[in-house]
Design a protein around this ligand. Structure first.
Ligand code: HEM
Length: 409
């Protein structure tokens, strides 16, 4: 399809009712809500792989303990990556609806399969989690865990395909009707990029390596996590992170090489900022490669910072791909809906902030105590606040609905 027809198609596919507030708000929220999603994707893939590697060495107590711990991390990680994927999904669908829906329809069988493979993979992982205790855990449980990880990787690949196919609108028609024959099966995987997908896998090693270092530091007050075990985990983490950051640099170069040169991404400041940041991480992890304690929280924060740069870079890439078709998310039609917008912001800050703050603070404090944890004043105030804000939210949400319904009747 030629450029002008494609540009026209993209406009026609937009939602005619527009968006309820300025598109920049959705764009910023989309970029920033994707950061926690990808951080938990990275954490899950890294911890699942290490849980399996450690499982195969479980005749050594350190590896057996690490395998059990990482199986739990991956179990929690999957649930969080799914929940945290919802927010960027909503924002993508709002300002990039032509791209997202066209890509989903073109690979519909994979989109539906995504849900089932995620459920099956998670069930397999749970079975592994139930069975993975100590050196006598059965071998078959490891195979199930391996199957679970393969399913998670497949789901990540499907996500990548959906995101990437959306960037190539001039090819949609030829995918939909190859050689003029309409293909309604939705079974095709039409486009993907080894550099881009590989980059996210390498990023998993970096983020997860930093997490291991923070994990080792975090458990310092607990007698049931002896110092030699923590030192072993810390050093392993630094090496995994170093390998990951190096691989990221190589795969970022491949990613950039696979993007058409005409889009000018090599010259974009975000590309160089990311390369520079990764270079600093490589240097840091190189210095820390033999360290046995300390700096864990710092490196974890730095890798989250890297994820933020990646999130912005992804958006730069998307804008570059769509610019030739004159598609700019910022010129989306706006029909202001102030009450919805205010309700959304209050929900995010009130319920999200308080509830999120309560859960994170409780988990952080409780995990550092062996045995029963007694909540302190801060935690109990946060608990009361989050409960109160949830009640206010439910009343306001249902009340507004009833009020509008009564007004219209
Ligand atoms: C094991 C499961 C999953 C894995 C491994 C995974 C991994 C990924 C990866 C690697 C990307 C980046 C793709 C790219 O930029 O090329 C991505 C993007 C994304 N993921 Fe996930 N994901 C998973 C599940 C989910 C779920 C359940 C949701 C929604 C509830 C979700 C929502 C998103 C969204 C909205 C994007 C951005 C799409 C875009 O900007 O076009 N993901 N995911």
């Amino acid at each position: 399809m030629d450029v002008a027809t494609t540009a026209n198609l993209l406009q026609v596919l937009r939602d005619p009712t527009g968006v309820p507030s300025h598109p920049l708000i959705f764009q910023v929220l989309m970029v920033f809500t994707w950061i926690p999603h990808i951080v938990f994707v990275n954490l899950t893939l890294g911890s699942a792989l290490l849980a399996l590697v450690a499982f195969n060495r479980r005749n050594h107590p350190d590896w057996a303990r690490l395998s059990e711990a990482m199986t739990k991390v991956a179990k929690v990680g999957v649930s969080l990556l799914v929940v945290l994927g919802v927010a960027p999904l909503l924002f993508t669908q709002t300002i990039y609806d032509p791209q997202w829906y066209a890509s989903n329809v073109l690979s519909a069988a994979w989109v539906i399969g995504f849900i089932f493979t995620l459920i099956i993979g998670y069930l397999a992982w749970f079975t592994f989690y139930f069975k993975n205790h100590g050196e006598h855990a059965p071998n078959w449980a490891g195979w199930l865990g391996g199957f679970g990880l393969v399913m998670f990787l497949l789901d990540g690949f499907i996500m990548h395909v959906l995101a990437f196919q959306g960037l190539l609108p001039d090819q949609w028609a030829s995918w939909f009707a190859p050689g003029g024959q309409v293909d309604m099966s939705g079974t095709g995987i039409h486009a993907w990029q080894a550099g881009r997908f590989g980059f996210y896998l390498a990023m998993s090693a970096t983020v997860f390596g930093a997490f291991l270092m923070a994990y080792a530091d975090y458990f310092a007050p607990r007698a049931d996590r002896p110092a030699p075990y923590r030192a072993f985990v810390h050093q392993l983490g630094a090496r995994v992170a170093l390998a990951g950051a190096l691989a990221q640099l190589g795969l970022l170069a491949l990613w950039l090489l696979q993007v058409p040169a005409s889009l000018g991404l090599w010259a974009h400041p975000m590309s160089w900022l990311l390369i520079l940041y990764l270079g600093v991480l490589v240097a840091l992890f190189w210095r820390l490669r033999a360290s046995m304690t300390g700096a864990g929280y710092l490196v974890l924060a730095l890798t989250v910072g890297m994820a933020a740069l990646v999130a912005i870079f992804r958006e730069v890439v998307r804008m570059a791909y769509l610019a030739p078709f004159s598609y700019d998310a910022l010129d989306y039609k706006v029909i202001w809906d102030y009450p919805t917008f205010v309700m959304f912001l209050l929900t995010l800050l009130g319920v999200g902030g308080l509830m999120g703050g309560f859960i994170i603070t409780t988990a952080y404090k409780a995990g550092r105590v062996s045995g029963v944890y007694e909540a302190d004043v801060v935690v109990s105030r946060l608990a009361t606040g989050s409960l109160a804000s949830t009640i206010v939210w439910v009343v306001a949400f249902i009340g507004t609905g009833i009020w509008i319904w009564l007004r219209n009747n």
